[in-house]
Design a protein around this ligand. Structure first.
Ligand SMILES: *Cc1c(COP(=O)(O)O)cnc(C)c1O
Length: 240
């Protein structure tokens, strides 16, 4: 049985380590640490964990399931919620205006649904285009060769602001070093972002890097890293 004190201490210690590793990766890459936003991915963890992160000064919180995000939002105030999971168009209404950034837009129909829902919000919904850079059939995201055309179409929608790209690289094989396996995929996303930004200067963000590979992602230009396990420990299993 873990007490609240243990949870806070454990997360505080891991957070310090993750932040040091991000800072060191920035230094190696000649980047300012302030150019990388750490999103703490709290999926499957209870609301108490989110409150602990807020107390520790981490306000950017990632969730990958709509119902879970909505439930936690009812329990926690003060977080900036990032939606990072697969999204069905019929759930667009639950995400728009709640998530500061939707990282996982990967098709025109979903973008249209989000834009329609955002019409009444008064401010555009900020989104990222998810690209399946490794052509991994198990992952969401558009094909890399379709990304720029899709981006161009999504930019036309009146109530969305497309601010960058996101990816989840394929799972490495057991023999591979996960960071080194992911690095070329991160580089591909950066090249796509650079091509997009030449035409559309507002396309700046690269949401890439998770617990196993966030330093490599920072080295390749990530502006947002999404970290769960390295901050919070193994995810609880079981219902919810
Ligand atoms: C779960 C998840 C993460 C965090 O994964 P860890 O390996 O626990 O750091 C990042 N991004 C997305 C989209 C996720 O679903």
């Amino acid at each position: 049985m873990t007490t609240t004190g243990d949870i806070v201490g454990d997360i505080a210690a891991r957070l310090e380590e993750v932040q040091e590793r991000i800072d060191a990766a920035c230094e190696r890459a000649g980047r300012a640490p302030s150019s990388v936003t750490l999103v703490a991915v709290t999926k499957t963890h209870p609301a108490e964990v989110v409150r602990t992160l807020l107390d520790l000064g981490i306000y950017d919180i990632g969730e990958n399931r709509v119902d879970e995000m909505v439930a936690k939002m009812a329990d926690v105030t003060g977080a900036r919620w990032h939606f990072v999971g697969r999204l069905q168009s019929n759930k667009a209404r639950d995400v728009v205006g709640r998530a500061v950034v939707v990282h996982s837009v990967d098709r025109a129909s979903l973008a249209r649904a989000l834009s329609r829902r955002a019409e009444g919000e008064g401010v555009p919904q900020r989104v990222l285009l998810q690209v399946n850079v490794g052509d991994d059939p198990g992952k969401g995201g558009c094909r890399p060769e379709d990304a720029l055309d899709l981006l161009e179409g999504i930019r036309e929608l009146p109530h969305l602001a497309v601010e960058g790209l996101m990816t989840i690289p394929p799972l490495p094989s057991a023999r591979e070093d996960p960071a080194e396996a992911a690095r070329p995929h991160f580089a591909t996303l950066r090249e796509l972002r650079d091509a997009a930004r030449e035409r559309w200067p507002e396309v700046v963000h690269l949401s890439m890097g998770m617990s196993a590979d966030f330093e490599a992602a920072v080295g390749e230009g990530a502006t947002i890293v999404r970290v769960g396990t390295a901050l919070l420990g193994p995810r609880p299993t079981g219902p919810g």
